[in-house]
Design a protein around this ligand. Structure first.
Ligand code: NAD
Ligand code: UFG
Length: 339
């Protein structure tokens, strides 16, 4: 059994990845400080998989603790999800974003070298690209992130690439996620934002379930087919699978790699609303509001390098994503809180 330390493993993408890891013969060891999650999410993963998960409360910046856990469980690899991810909040709390996302990655990498662990999968984001110079974004698109969040991820990427270049750590996969949505089809795990959701999909789902009266659409005057923003939404289970494939690849191919994870297709806000209405049978009342500061009109991925490198391709459609998001939201209207 190959054990893998999963930082931030109680979060949205982390829980879905633990399910896929267990299905593919890996044993996740979760460490999370629960700043944006709850141990209930880990209990749900256990319920879903019928397996007991080993987990610890801890901060990824605690190098000593990370090195101890890596040694104690004889981990072969690390998947590093722990991070802060709200773009708007990052402009108000840059110190926290650099501390967790950049220095946290530094602390974890140091712990890995101390413990002799040389395989790392890192959560980066399409937000590192910034205003598109061309579309779709390929991995060689210039990096001009427009927020402290994006720059904290870019800085972590630079650090990891330098560590790889020094020869100190051999196998690093930097994964740039586009817009993950949806949930495990069981309805047992899903995204559970702490406050008012910033992101489109959880907001739409909360309107559908009656927690919020209407959706604000931030801008309908963009240069896009229907005037609303366009993104590359991908199913979180497809995203989770890519992490397992990245670990599998380390068995035979070495060296650093940076990959876009998206579908290669853009959908507008109105496309998402329509698909969600169809999946849920609920109407989503809308209000058109001015553009949100810092938003980009449209971007989507060129995911061909991920297919070439990992044999990975997103399989689920927007309809699948909306159906599974609705299963999760309708069965857990208050998220994990009620449990
Ligand atoms: P999430 O908030 O659900 O999960 C992150 C987890 O990390 C949470 O459980 C949180 O409690 C934990 N955490 C935060 N700071 C920590 C610390 N100092 N020590 C230990 N644990 C800590 O977010 P997610 O959507 O699952 O995102 C996972 C990763 O993917 C993040 O690094 C995020 O930046 C990145 N990412 C997410 C998206 C997205 O749209 N969801 C897009 C691109 C990149
Ligand atoms: N939108 C609305 N109303 C809302 C929320 C969003 O109209 O209530 C619109 C936005 O204006 C945008 C689209 O829906 O056009 C998607 O917005 P999200 O906030 O869901 O996603 P973003 O693309 O802005 O950002 C997300 C994450 C980032 C990540 C990025 C990567 O928040 O952390 O995807 O692609 F880096």
């Amino acid at each position: 059994m190959t054990r893998v330390l999963v930082t931030g493993g109680a979060g949205y993408i982390g829980t879905h990845t633990c399910v896929e890891l267990l299905a593919r013969g890996y044993e996740p060891v979760v460490v999370d400080n629960f700043v944006n999650s709850t141990p209930e999410a880990i209990r749900r993963v256990s319920r879903l998989t019928g397996r007991t998960l080993t987990w610890y409360e801890g901060d990824v910046r605690d190098t000593g603790k990370m090195a101890h856990l890596l040694g104690k469980h004889e981990c072969r690899a690390v998947i590093h999800f722990a991070g802060l991810k709200a773009v708007g909040e990052s402009t108000e709390r840059p110190l926290d974003y650099y501390s967790v996302n950049t220095l946290g990655t530094h602390a974890l990498a140091s712990a890995m070298l101390d413990a002799g662990v040389h395989q790392l999968v890192f959560s980066s984001s399409a937000t590192v690209y910034g205003e598109p110079v061309f579309l779709p974004y390929t991995e060689s698109h210039p990096l001009q992130p427009t927020s402290p969040y994006g720059r904290s991820k870019q800085a972590a990427e630079m650090l990891l690439n330098d560590i790889a270049a020094s020869g100190a750590m051999r196998d690093i996969a930097i994964l740039r996620y586009f817009n993950p949505i949806g949930a495990h089809p069981s309805g047992l795990i899903g995204e559970d934002p702490n406050d008012v959701p910033n992101n489109l999909m959880p907001y739409v789902a909360q309107v559908a379930v009656g927690r919020r009266p209407f959706l604000n659409i931030w801008g309908n005057d963009y240069d896009t087919p229907d005037g609303t923003g366009v993104r590359d939404y991908l199913h979180v289970v497809d995203l989770a699978r890519a992490h397992v494939l990245a670990l599998d690849r380390f068995r035979h191919t070495h060296g650093p790699v940076t990959l876009n994870l998206g579908t290669g297709h853009g959908s507008s806000v109105l496309d998402v609303v329509k698909a969600f209405e169809e999946a849920s049978g609920r109407r989503i009342p809308l209000r058109f509001e001015p553009r949100r500061a810092g938003d980009i009109a449209a971007f989507w991925a060129d995911p061909s390098l991920a297919e070439e490198t990992l044999g990975w391709k997103a399989e689920n459609t927007l309809e699948d994503m909306c159906r599974d998001q609705w299963t999760w939201q309708s069965r857990n209207p208050l998220g994990y809180e009620a449990a």
